[in-house]
Design a binder for this molecule. Structure first.
Ligand SMILES: Nc1ccn([C@@H]2O[C@H](COP(=O)(O)OP(=O)(O)OP(=O)(O)O)[C@@H](O)[C@H]2O)c(=O)n1
Ligand SMILES: C[C@](O)(CO)[C@H](O)COP(=O)(O)O
Length: 249
């Protein structure tokens, strides 16, 4: 492959949802919590390095972050950049600018919070995108029945055997969605680097909420290819996810 494949790892989040309510532990960002004795970020970066086609890995952290360098010590082809922004999309945008890609380079964006990426799933994505010369992402067909929720209010009552009992708080079902065509997006997501940067900049300028690279490319008129990911590549998000991920690793 003559054109470079540059991996970008957004690692500037604070992991709010991963904190246990009322926990007396210091709020260390989740990407630095240890799994099998190593920071989650190190697992995620090593997973990318497993494919020799990945030329460099740019890890985008918050300005002033002093945990990334020690967490990644000794790993080859890794550069830490303190260019993290207020949202994931802004972090990725800044990292792409720092990478200064050439016109034919590809970007492979992977969450620091997905340390369970396998070499097989990574190779599947890279092979598919290169073979079709089109962008794509790992994803899984949705397995559960999917509900659209609305906030419960005084009008939404839950009928019990004993009569009507008002459900004062929380959420209620507004509708059940057809899951036939639904896939849950994972990372890595792989796109021509300059096209991705342009798409993210355009979405940002238009104030569109962007939670993954594919959605920016979709807004730009692209149809990213869905490549089967794996259950083990889930995003560590909630307090109980750490224990589960540690078992997989
Ligand atoms: N401003 C941000 C926000 C998120 N991320 C990164 O994007 C990935 C996926 O985001 P998520 O799992 O939502 O992480 P957090 O934003 O840290 O979590 P939370 O939303 O629970 O605070 C993580 O690797 C996270 O570090 C980032 O680089 N910059
Ligand atoms: C990119 C992503 O991991 C795909 O599922 C996800 O969209 C990130 O979203 P988050 O809300 O920032 O965790």
């Amino acid at each position: 492959m003559s054109d470079k494949l540059i991996a970008i790892v957004p690692a500037a989040g604070t992991g709010q949802r991963a904190q246990r309510p009322g926990s007396d532990q210091p709020p260390r960002p989740k990407q630095y919590r240890l799994l099998r004795g190593e920071p989650m970020l190190r697992h995620a970066v090593r997973a990318l390095l497993a494919d020799a086609r990945v030329a460099r890995v740019l890890v985008a952290v918050s300005p002033g972050d002093d945990m990334a360098e020690p967490a990644l010590a000794g790993l080859p082809r890794v550069e830490v950049r303190p260019c993290g922004g207020p949202t994931r999309a802004q972090t990725v945008m800044a990292a792409l600018r720092e990478a200064a890609p050439g016109p034919h380079d590809w970007a492979l964006v992977h969450d620091a919070a997905r340390p369970g990426l396998s070499a097989q799933a990574l190779a599947r994505l890279i092979d598919t995108c290169l073979a079709h010369e089109s962008g794509g992402l790992l994803a899984l067909p949705v397995a559960d029945t999917v509900k659209r929720a609305v906030e419960a209010d005084r009008d939404s009552c839950l009928l019990t055997g004993g009569g009507g009992v008002a459900q004062a708080a929380g959420f209620v079902v507004q509708a059940t969605l057809d899951r036939e065509a639904l896939w849950a997006a994972q990372t890595p997501q792989m796109f021509p680097a300059l096209q991705l940067l342009q798409a993210l900049e355009k979405a940002h300028a238009a104030n569109r909420p962007i939670t993954d690279e594919a959605s920016a490319m979709e807004l730009a008129g692209c149809r990213p290819r869905l490549v089967p990911g794996s259950v083990r590549n889930f995003k560590v998000t909630w307090p109980e996810d750490f224990e589960l991920m540690e078992k997989w690793l």
